[in-house]
Each structure stands twice: as structure tokens, then as C-alpha cells.
Design a protein around this ligand. Structure first.
Ligand code: GLU
Length: 511
């Protein structure tokens, strides 16, 4: 752990529920940044807040990242030189740093009860004294080791009176956060509150734990969501007071993901309300039993999901939109991450999936389609499966849509599109189709070219225009006016099935 030259980044989710897609993007950018630099990507579970712990969330987070192809080099399941990688297992590490801060006068014990804090807030609100908070302006009026005699403080600690250790923020100072995306962010220290760092239950708060862990784990770059920018000045102060300023990580606060209308942050609640998933993988809430949808279950390819996410906040500086993970690693840079929020567009997400469905090998798509077909009881031979898949895939964005586009290859139409029938099915149509059927009976081999010849000569011999024949034939075979080339459909269906469907249509369609 001595080497501080190589890049080490961490993704530090709290296991308080499912991972929002914004969280996945944070993990992704960390991963890309690390891999590009040949560095390490660390998964650290921030579970100090036991009250908000949700069973299953840690597993969910790992499963989601794995599904996305975001792998970590060190983490709770893998171990590593800087472990343990769960904050609850690092409990013993933090107290010595708290003591150090108190001894040096950068932190103090506070004994205020929730009632005391409430009174303070009410009093300040009444006096209209700006932001009512525990800070450099108000701490001297509170119950803490700055205002109480040392003996009394000692006594209270010995008696086991609950306390909190708070950071003593400096007065009248400018704190500067040097952010790789936002440049220098300056905050006046009087605006900062004296955040709680540690509680008498022995648990650190997030602020202390993340600084200590990042330092001990030799983290070189902290890449996280914009919501942590307001806390960053406090973290800068902690690095300084702990004597670690020389090795403070670089900060990069990522822009928010915005709702599709561009107004406001995309929240965990938006997903199913607005008709798209906000989680990578479906999540079943252990207490309510409710399930929130996930991209995986909605039929997205992980590569498409990751590609889409990568471009929400980062741009390659070219027109290129489709990136494999390897290309993302190569192209990614923090310089091209924008400050402005990135608007999420669910239609664009579908577009990405459509692209991946078109660009993957036909064998891979067919293999996934065959799983769905098996569930429906169909086991087409390999060559037939491949042909059908290649005939319909351009019309589909999801594997499930392949079935919508190809069901007629497996099941004869149950009904016929009425609107299309009214337009294309004439009184003379049944006779024409039955006559065609006879001709097809002698068509050998029943392959696309021979079928094409048969149709052509039929039209010539009977003086039938393509407009009078082809749409009606399609309606008889498919049940609607859609689908790929009719000759290709006929070849796959085979002579007998084509004949059967023509006969059925002439009996059933009445206009
Ligand atoms: N536990 C924090 C979260 O859930 C991580 C913040 C950080 O990366 O410092 O977002």
C-alpha cells in the first residue's frame, strides 16, 4: 500500500436499497477512469448508517455491477490489500483518528440532546439569524467541550452520557475544493456546519469514514455524484486536520441525471411512474414486497445500457455513439465530462438496444430468441431459427419483440387485420389465391427463387397485377399487412403450410 503513484478509485455505495442508474453511472466512470489509467477500481460498502441498512442491498449492488460488466479489483467479496471493504468491519479503525482530531483541537465532544438542538433551531429561527445550524457562530452557546469545564466533560464521558464528536470548522476562512470537472469551488467557512464525525455508539459518520478510508486505501481520485459537492469542503478540512493534505485525492463531482423533461433530478421514484426502469436490475423491496422494474428484466442488453449511461454526462468529442466497453475505456476522460446535468431520454435508451440487437451476431440473437421460443413450446431447427431471426430482427429493439414480429412463423393467424383486409381483399381475391395455390403445388424446390418465378408467371398468365395479389397473399399468411418479403415468408412456412393458410383465409375473411 506504499505505492501512491498508480490510480486507485473507489465506488462507495450505501446498502440502503437498490442502486439507481445514476449510481451505476458513477461506478462506470470510476471503472473507466481506473482501467484507462491501468489502475485499480475498488468497491467499498458504506454501511455505517445501520438504521438505513436494507437486507439484500449489498448483493443487489454487486449483482447489478456484474451484469453491467463493471468488475472491481478489490472489494468485500474479493478482499485485497486495503481491506476490510465494508465500513462496519472497519469500526475499530476510526476512533484513533477521532481522538487525534479532538486532541489537536479540531473536533470537540457535544452533549446536546435532540431537544437541545431543536430549541437552538427554534430560537435562531425566531431571531432570524440566517441558517440555523450548529456551527462556528452558534457552538459557544451549546453544551460541548468548548463551553463546559474539562472536569465536567471528563465526568460525563466516564458516566457514559451519549455524545457526538463534531468538527470545529474554522472561522472566516475560504475553503477551496479543486474539482476536476468544476474547477476551484470556494466556500466561506462560516457557512459550514460543525458536522458530526463520530457517535458514542462507536460508529463514525459518513464524513469521517470516507476520508479515513480513502486515505488508508490510497485513493487517488474521488469520483462521485454532485450531491456530495456541498460536503467536499468539510472533507478538505478533514484531510488538512488529519495531516493528510499532501496526499488528498483529486475530486470530480459528476453532473446529475435529469428527468426526461429536463426538470429536476431523476429520482428513484420516477421510473415506474414515468414508464421506464431507473434500476439496472429489478428490485423487490423486502419490507413492502413491491417490485421496481430493472433494465435487465425489461430486456436490455447490458452493453446497450452501459453505452447509453456512458454518454449521459460524458461526450467523446466525435459523432460516434456506439462504444464497446473496451472503446469506452480507451476514449474516456474526465475532461470531457460536463458540468451541466444530463437529461435521460428513455427513447434513446431503446435506440441503443435496437442498435445492439442489429449489430450482434445473428447466432447470439437467435440463441437468446430460442430461449423464448422454448418457453412457448417451439423448437425450430437451427437453420430455420437463424433464417427467421435474420428476417425479422431489423423490426425489433428487444428479444421479446422478435416474437411479436415472428409469431406467424410458428402459429397460423388467429384473425386478420380488418382495416388492411377492407383495403386489399376483394370479392375476386379468394378465387385468385386458390388458383395460385394450385400453381404452388407444382413449384419445386419450394425456395425463394422458384417461388418468385411461380408468382411472376402466375401474374403474367392470369393477368393479375402485383397489387391485387401480393398484399392479399401476405394477409392470408401473416394475418396482417406487415412482415418481411412474402417470398421469404413462404419459403420458411413451406408449401403445405402456405396452402393451408391460403385455404383458411379464403374461408374466414369476409369483407
Ligand atoms: N455512500 C455514498 C453514496 O451512497 C458515497 C459518497 C462518496 O462517494 O463519497 O453515494
Amino acid at each position: 500500500m506504499k505505492d501512491h503513484t498508480s490510480v486507485r478509485v473507489r465506488f462507495a455505495p450505501s446498502p440502503t436499497g437498490p442502486l439507481h442508474m445514476g449510481g451505476v453511472r458513477t461506478a462506470l466512470y470510476n471503472y473507466l477512469f481506473a482501467k484507462k489509467a491501468g489502475g485499480h477500481f475498488i468497491l467499498l460498502i458504506e454501511d455505517t448508517d445501520q438504521k438505513r441498512f436494507v437486507a439484500g442491498a449489498e448483493n443487489y449492488i454487486m449483482e447489478s455491477l456484474k451484469w453491467c460488466g463493471i468488475t472491481w479489483d478489490e472489494g468485500p467479496d474479493k478482499g485485497g490489500p486495503a481491506g476490510p471493504y465494508r465500513q462496519s468491519e472497519r469500526k475499530d479503525i476510526y476512533s484513533q483518528y477521532v481522538r487525534q482530531l479532538v486532541d489537536k483541537g479540531h473536533a470537540y465532544y457535544a452533549f446536546d440532546t435532540p431537544g437541545d438542538l431543536d430549541d437552538m433551531r427554534k430560537r435562531l429561527e425566531k431571531e432570524k439569524k440566517g441558517n440555523p445550524q450548529y456551527d462556528s457562530q452558534t457552538r459557544m452557546e451549546m453544551k460541548n467541550s468548548l463551553t463546559m469545564p474539562a472536569a465536567e466533560v471528563k465526568q460525563m464521558l466516564n458516566d457514559g452520557v451519549p455524545y457526538a464528536v463534531r468538527l470545529k470548522t474554522p472561522e472566516n476562512e475560504e475553503v477551496v475544493v479543486d474539482d476536476l470537472i468544476r474547477g476551484k469551488v470556494r466556500v466561506h467557512s462560516n457557512l459550514l456546519d460543525d458536522k458530526v464525525l463520530f457517535k458514542s455508539d462507536g460508529m463514525p459518520t459518513y464524513h469521517l469514514a470516507n476520508v479515513v478510508d480513502d486515505h488508508l486505501m490510497n485513493i487517488t481520485h474521488v469520483i462521485r455524484g454532485e450531491e456530495w459537492l456541498p460536503s467536499a469542503p468539510l472533507h478538505v478540512l478533514l484531510y488538512r486536520y488529519l495531516g493528510w493534505e499532501q496526499r488528498m485525492p483529486a475530486f470530480a463531482h459528476l453532473p446529475l441525471l435529469l428527468k426526461p423533461d429536463g426538470h429536476g433530478k431523476l429520482s428513484k421514484r420516477d421510473g415506474d411512474r414515468l414508464g421506464f426502469p431507473v434500476f439496472p436490475v429489478a428490485w423487490k423491496d423486502p419490507s413492502s414486497g413491491e417490485t421496481a422494474s430493472g433494465y435487465r428484466e425489461a430486456g436490455y442488453f447490458p452493453e446497450a445500457f452501459v453505452n447509453m449511461l456512458a454518454l449521459l454526462g460524458w461526450n467523446p468529442g466525435t459523432e460516434q455513439e456506439l462504444f464497446s466497453m473496451t472503446e469506452l475505456v480507451k476514449g474516456f476522460s474526465i475532461d470531457r465530462v460536463s458540468k451541466a446535468g444530463a437529461r435521460f431520454d428513455p427513447e434513446k435508451a431503446k435506440w441503443f438496444n435496437h442498435q445492439y440487437l442489429q449489430n450482434k451476431s445473428i447466432e447470439e440473437i437467435a440463441a437468446q430468441f430460442s430461449i423464448l421460443l422454448k418457453e412457448k413450446g417451439y423448437h425450430p431447427p437451427e437453420d430455420k431459427l437463424l433464417t427467421i431471426t435474420s428476417l425479422v430482427r431489423e423490426r425489433a429493439s428487444f428479444i421479446s419483440e422478435l416474437w411479436d414480429q415472428a409469431s406467424y412463423f410458428f402459429e397460423p393467424p388467429e384473425g386478420y387485420d380488418e382495416k388492411f383486409a377492407r383495403k386489399k381483399w376483394k370479392n375476386t381475391t379468394p378465387a385468385i389465391l386458390l388458383q395460385l395455390s394450385e400453381k404452388l403445388a407444382t413449384t419445386e424446390p419450394f425456395l425463394r427463387d422458384a417461388i418468385d418465378d411461380a408468382l411472376q408467371s402466375f401474374m403474367d398468365d392470369t393477368n393479375t397485377g402485383a397489387g391485387a395479389l401480393m398484399p392479399a397473399l401476405r394477409l392470408a399468411l401473416v394475418g396482417a399487412g406487415r412482415g418481411p418479403d412474402v417470398k421469404a415468408i413462404m419459403e420458411v412456412l413451406g408449401k403445405e403450410e402456405v396452402t393451408r393458410r391460403i385455404k383458411a383465409a379464403t374461408e374466414k375473411i369476409v369483407v
